[in-house]
Each structure stands twice: as structure tokens, then as C-alpha cells.
Design a protein around this ligand. Sequence first.
Ligand SMILES: Cc1ncc(COP(=O)(O)O)c(C=O)c1O
Length: 247
Amino acid sequence: MLPVVFATTLRQGSYTNMPFDLERARHETPGCANVLHFNNAGASLMPQPVLDATIAHLQLEAQIGGYEAAARVHDALEHTYDAAAALLHCSRDEIAVVENATRAWDMACYAIPFKPGDRILTAQSEYASNYIAFLQIAQKTGAVVEVLPNDTNGQVSLDALKNAIDERVKLIAITHAPTNGGLVQPVSAIGNVARAAGILYLVDACQSVGQMPIDVQQINCDMLSTTGRKYLHHTAQKAPVFQAGDE
Ligand SMILES: Cc1ncc(COP(=O)(O)O)c(C=O)c1O
């Protein structure tokens, strides 16, 4: 069950380019009274509306049952897809909400029909559990995982990417803002290369959605995973995932 505040928090005003009201955010986040919490990249402090909606929903489930509670908040849950679509600049039919971002990434990767010799191109900064999916795919299908070198800025080298492209590259997979270090990968430039070559492009935006504007059309990705618990200030339980097209 998705706590409804994710949707209702985003309902007011435009979803992106919304001026950030720091005082209101602090006021709504009770943990700010206790700690100077900088670990939003790990998991952020939950604001009171998120906490209230989560607890209220658990209480509703306890009182009337899980399915009945889900039916009662149906409209709010449905709004989640519109809110996530507006946030990511796609259509609601392109959004799926699943348990967490690792699951979303796995679902995207394992849905791709790899053959022996197919190549997966990724970056040195790839998130470890994303890379585990590649290793499993390589073991099962005979696909090959290739880690592209960095350029002098520490970002994935676009020249190396362009040079690596051939008809065997099946997937380009990049983490937008990797877990440690503050690196931001040039996901739109990579998307242009992927699009021009007709190669599937998967982006992990767990640490960028909510922290910076994200437009999947501008990134030109086919699939993008994110998580609720970081810069969307949700609980650790849910993750919207984008897939281009409605299948
Ligand atoms: C870059 C990145 N991808 C994926 C994840 C996993 O997210 P989740 O816990 O929602 O599976 C994390 C979590 O730390 C992350 O930093």
C-alpha cells in the first residue's frame, strides 16, 4: 500500500520549478528539531504529513482490512501516477510503483531479452546492486558487461561511449547521481548517443529525483528507476519507476 502523502504533497501547484520553501519544509519535518541530518542521499527525514498519512493508513487497515482500506483511498492512490508522471515529465501509463528501486531496476533489466554476446555498457560509478543484476544476466544469457572509462572530470567518457557503440550493444545503463562523492553523470548526452544508435537506455535516478529537475524526455531514456526514501522524503517502502511506452 502506498502511503497517500506522496501524492497529496505534490498535488499543490506545479510539480517542478516549484519554489522551495525551506522554512515550511523545516516546520513540517519534526526531526529537524533533533538533528542536523545531512544524509538525504541515504534516507531523508520524513515530514509530518508523510508520517501522518502512513500511520493513518495503517490504522485504517487495522480497522477495516487491507483491501477495504485500499479501496477507500483509491482516488488518492491513483493520483500518485499523475503526480509521478508530472514530476518526471511522462504519461501516467508510463509509471509503475513497486517495492523499491532495486526491484524496479531488476524488473527493467530482467525484462530485456539478452542473447550471448550482447553487450551491456555501464559506468565505473554504477550502484553495486544494479551491477549484480548485470552479472546475473551475463551468467545466465552469455551477455557481456563492459565498464566504460571516465573522462578527466570523473564522469563517464562520452568519447569512449561513442567508440564502444556497435550492433551488439543492447543496453546502456547509468546511475545519474552515484551513491558516493557528488558525481552527476551527463545523462542527457548519453541519452542522445543511445537514441541515435537505437539502443535501450536505463537510468538509475534514485539520488537525483527530488534533488534536481528530471525530465525523462530530455534524458531520452527508455526506463528510469527512482526511490521514495531519499529526496522525495517518503518512507523506505516504495519506488516509482518510469518505462517509456505503456507496456
Ligand atoms: C544510486 C542508488 N540506486 C539504488 C538504490 C537502492 O534503492 P532502494 O533502497 O529503493 O532499492 C540506492 C540506495 O541507496 C542508490 O543510492
